[in-house]
Design a protein around this ligand. Structure first.
Ligand code: ADP
Length: 598
């Protein structure tokens, strides 16, 4: 069943190469069968020479044998080369499917460890197992076909002998499949820790972490953790190896015993004159050949079985795609071009890895063309609410209403089309400046004027126009010719990306965290002009920036506890007034000092 899945995968990925390989294999097995039969002729010719006959009788079988050998060797070289391409084609196909699932998966899937475990297995094994599977498959096909050829020849010589030789390899086969199952189980158990080890490996080698690793001198510390995790892995593998060796020994012992029995049987056949000397010679040669082929069948089968268990993993991961997409899909409804009011009503949301809800009945609304701010202390739920409004998470309870229509019925892709989000942890793409900005709406990627305009509005056009390669400059120093830019400049590039996305609804999550105070003040004082005609929701901790918003919502513990203009909230004297005053005092030096000195 699993093997059938494996074959289906190879078939889907590289039909032509598979057929060609198998065809060559059939030809190669025929050559082998001819070798055995010609061997018998050759032996009789030798025996005749021994009894005073002419040497001329050897000529034909010798030429035939040479031709068969040459042909057999050519086909196996061709098969080996073809196998490489076949492996690569299957790897590409399998990895592509894993990528498709990862891209289509709901954002929430990335919050669950089991998704990462499965993704890791599908990805890691998706890149190595297909090759193993192809090798296994080809070995089994080669072994079986060749064994069939040799077996057919043996059938002529002595059928019972054939039966004995084949029976000898059954235990080897059982041992191999059992070993595969044991390995698979162990590998699955190892996934979580393997992921941790790979994570640490990333931390120790990535640019993002490099400076902190050095200032905190964390290299040795993480390295020893990595060592521990690797030692653990090796221990597990040793344990596994012992089990596999025991199984292997058991299988081989029975095989050797039965092979010896086959040889004894052959001796008996010769001594009781049931078989000619030439026949016995050919049978002995066939025993060697068949043994080799059956060994290759057993080895190939083990490889195939090993990989097919992982292919099962891969298939179930790929098969989970509709479920993951269905989860994120609401109905197939299309949201209207723009909204007049977008309203979150009593929205609840809980992250899969968190027992407590992050939103507990949050209610707020935003009208077309408004600039609305979300404020609140860390962890109060601002980012989560923004993601729900952006159509990235579906509310666990409550509703998001688009002009009164429940967005649960919308296709989230179409909803997200209308939204541009500048995340707090925006992505720094190691691509050209043009691509970094154009990614905001890749369909308009060739719109150079639009890209330059977005850069101008975000305040980075001067930076790029002074670079020798202009907008084609590669950003980030990791690739050859790349230039690094400052944190603030990266943030402006991300802002330009949001500008370039001609979406009616813009969400800015702390868009000025890396900007200097002057730039920040400029951005907020121009926010209406910059996003003219669009609706803007922004999150900020700087109350001086927030005060100019049309409306401000204050979050606390996953609920919206206050809402109104700056003046209204100040006169309310609630949480907003408290936080605002605290920050103003700190700026004016009237607040309590953070560090006291004698
Ligand atoms: P804010 O933006 O106001 O700082 P968030 O919306 O990021 O707050 O977080 C709200 C709550 O949700 C916090 O208690 C936080 O711990 C939790 N939370 C945020 N992101 C995740 C996540 N990916 N998985 C689990 N819990 C999360």
């Amino acid at each position: 069943m699993l093997v059938a899945q494996a074959v289906r995968l190879v078939w889907a990925a590289a039909r032509r190469e598979l057929i060609l390989t198998l065809a060559l294999q059939v030809v190669s097995s025929l050559a082998l069968a001819i070798e055995v039969l010609v061997a018998r002729r050759l032996f009789s010719a030798f025996l005749q020479i021994g009894h005073g006959g002419s040497a001329g009788g050897v000529a034909f079988p010798l030429v035939a044998m040479t031709a068969a050998l040459a042909f057999g060797s050519f086909t196996s070289t061709a098969i080996n080369e073809l196998q490489r391409i076949l492996g690569e084609l299957v790897t590409k196909h399998a990895s592509g499917e894993v990528l498709d699932v990862a891209v289509a998966a709901d954002l929430l899937a990335f919050e669950t460890p089991s998704f990462h475990d499965r993704l890791q297995r599908a990805q890691m094994h998706g890149s190595t197992r297909p090759l193993q599977m192809v090798t296994g498959l080809v070995s089994v096909a080669r072994g079986l076909l060749s064994a069939a050829g040799v077996g057919a020849a043996l059938l002529f010589i002595q059928p019972l002998f054939l039966l004995l030789v084949v029976a000898a390899y059954v235990p080897v086969w059982f041992a191999a499949t059992r070993a595969s199952r044991v390995s698979y189980k162990r590998y699955v158990e190892m996934t979580e820790k393997d992921r941790r080890r790979l994570y640490l490996q990333g931390v120790l080698t990535r640019k993002e972490e490099a400076k902190e690793i050095r200032t905190f001198d964390l290299g040795g510390f993480f390295r020893s953790r990595w060592d521990d995790l690797y030692d653990w892995r090796i221990d597990q593998l040793r344990h596994l190896m012992r089990t596999r060796i025991k199984l292997g020994i058991a299988g081989s012992a029975i095989m050797s015993f039965l092979t010896a029995a086959a040889v004894a049987f052959l001796v008996w056949l010769v001594s009781s004159h049931r078989i000619s000397i030439a026949g016995a010679g050919a049978a002995a040669a066939a025993l060697m050949l068949l043994g080799g082929q059956l060994q290759s069948v057993a080895g190939g089968a083990a490889q195939l079985f090993d990989s097919s268990l992982f292919i099962g993993d891969f298939n179930s991961f790929v098969a989970s795609m509709p479920r993951m997409v269905a989860h994120s899909h609401g109905g197939g409804g299309t949201p209207p071009e723009r909204f007049r009011t977008l309203r979150a009503e009593e929205v609840y949301f809980t992250y899969p890895s968190n027992n407590a809800p992050s939103l507990r009945g949050a209610t707020m609304e935003i009208h077309e063309g408004e600039v609305v701010a979300l404020v609140g202390e860390n962890g109060s739920g601002k980012t989560t609410l923004a993601k729900v409004l952006a159509g990235l998470y579906r509310p666990g309870g409550g509703k998001v209403l688009w002009d009164g229509t429940d967005t649960a019925g919308f296709d989230p892709h179409l909803w997200r089309e209308k939204v541009a989000v500048l995340f707090q942890d925006y992505v720094r793409y190691l691509l050209s400046a043009k691509e970094n900005i154009g990614a905001g709406r890749w369909q308009r990627f060739s719109d150079q004027a639009g890209i330059e305009e977005a850069a101008t509005r975000a305040g980075v056009s001067e930076l790029f126009s002074t670079m020798p390669a202009g907008y084609d400059s590669l950003l980030g120093p990791e690739f050859l010719g790349g230039v690094d830019i400052s944190g603030g400049q990266w943030q402006r590039v991300a802002l330009a990306r949001a500008f370039f996305r001609d979406a009616p609804f813009i969400i800015l999550d702390e868009p000025t965290a890396s900007l200097d105070p002057r730039s920040e003040a400029e951005l907020f004082s121009n926010i209406r002009t910059l996003f003219q005609g669009r609706t803007t929701l922004f999150i900020s901790h700087r109350f001086s920036s927030v005060r100019s918003a049309d409306r401000i919502y204050v979050l606390s513990g996953g609920r919206v506890v206050e809402g109104g203009s700056h003046e209204e909230l100040m006169s309310l004297g609630g949480l907003y007034a408290e936080l605002f005053t605290l920050q103003a005092e700190a700026y004016l030096g009237g607040g309590r000092p953070i560090v006291t000195r004698d």
